[in-house]
Ligand binder design. Structure first.
Ligand code: ATR
Length: 277
């Protein structure tokens, strides 16, 4: 019997997850299969049911990507605290008929920052750009690292303010989250040690109206988008900051999912290097 896994999204053709999990399985000697499944936009639950029923080999879990992370959140009968905080689920485990939901995105980002890039947010000034699903998913994990401050800025200010208020109330968090100014204009003259771009602007090649003061010369600018040199990364480089795209986060969130499912943590450095080529 081979344990079966899948990634479910729409679109799904571009997904690197089957390749990443095949590399993890080969490296750790785990006997699994992992496929990509395209679901209709209103057919997430049906796609999960069909995947579970499609083979005698047992379906053990699934990764969930755009646009289904909220659907997965509602489908899961039980959720981890980090999935609850994210309001989204990217990793499902099927356990004797019970669907468990987790979210490994924040853990993936933190592992990439701390282990791969040598950037520990503890005691640092952190700026998070964006207030959509990608931003929400990483706020609690970031706060738990005890940055000296976490500022959330977004094109639409109200969304950032709402998010900041929601997380500022969480007792687990040592610090407050502060919304700044109108859109990005409140950031003028501010400098941060770590600037994380969680907006989808880079996917459209759109330039964020950011002040150049934002990027400290020893700072790190991190774009969650991967595989392209976004305007954000160009801006940061021009301002003298070190830059990283989201490929490491992609591999690390997958490694965390693999660990949840298989109980083994793959070595990621070589796999990140392979995917960069
Ligand atoms: P998701 O919720 O999956 O992260 P999204 O709804 O596309 O994706 O939103 C992503 C984030 O990118 C939002 O914070 C959005 O800002 P708004 O709240 O103002 O819509 C931000 N975003 C997308 N395109 C942008 C652009 N061209 N300039 C600035 N921010 C942008």
């Amino acid at each position: 019997m081979t344990d079966r896994y899948a990634v479910i999204g729409n679109p799904i053709g571009h997904s690197k997850s089957p390749r990443i999990h095949a590399l993890f399985a080969a490296q750790t000697g785990q006997d699994i299969s992992y496929q990509a499944i395209l679901a209709e936009t209103d057919g997430f639950a049906a796609a999960i049911d069909a995947f579970i029923a499609s083979d005698v080999d047992p379906a053990r879990g699934a990764n969930v990507t755009v646009p289904f992370k909220e659907n997965a959140f509602h489908l899961a009968a039980q959720r981890t605290p980090r999935a609850e905080a994210a309001g989204a689920v990217n990793t499902l485990s099927f356990d004797h008929g019970v669907i468990l939901g987790d979210n490994t995105d924040g853990a993936g980002l933190l592992r990439d920052l701390k282990h791969n890039l040598g950037c520990d947010p503890a005691g640092r000034r952190v700026l998070l750009l964006g207030a959509g699903g990608a931003a929400r998913g990483v706020i609690l994990p970031l706060l738990l690292e005890n940055p000296s401050e976490l500022v959330i800025a977004n094109r639409t200010e109200e969304t950032a303010a709402r998010l900041a208020l929601e997380f500022a109330r969480r007792p687990a968090c040592a610090i407050d989250v502060k919304p700044e100014g109108t859109g990005f204009s409140g950031l003028a003259g501010r400098t941060f040690d770590l600037v994380i771009n969680a907006t989808s602007a880079g996917l459209k090649g759109a330039v964020l109206p950011l002040p150049t003061s934002l990027f400290g010369s020893h700072g790190l600018a991190y774009d969650m988008v991967y595989g392209r040199d976004t305007p954000f990364l160009k801006q940061a480089r021009a301002a003298g900051a070190r830059t990283a795209d989201g490929l490491g986060m992609l591999v690390e969130q997958a490694a965390e999912a693999f660990f949840i499912w298989r109980g083994v943590r793959p070595q990621t450095a070589a796999i990140i290097a392979t995917l960069k080529e």
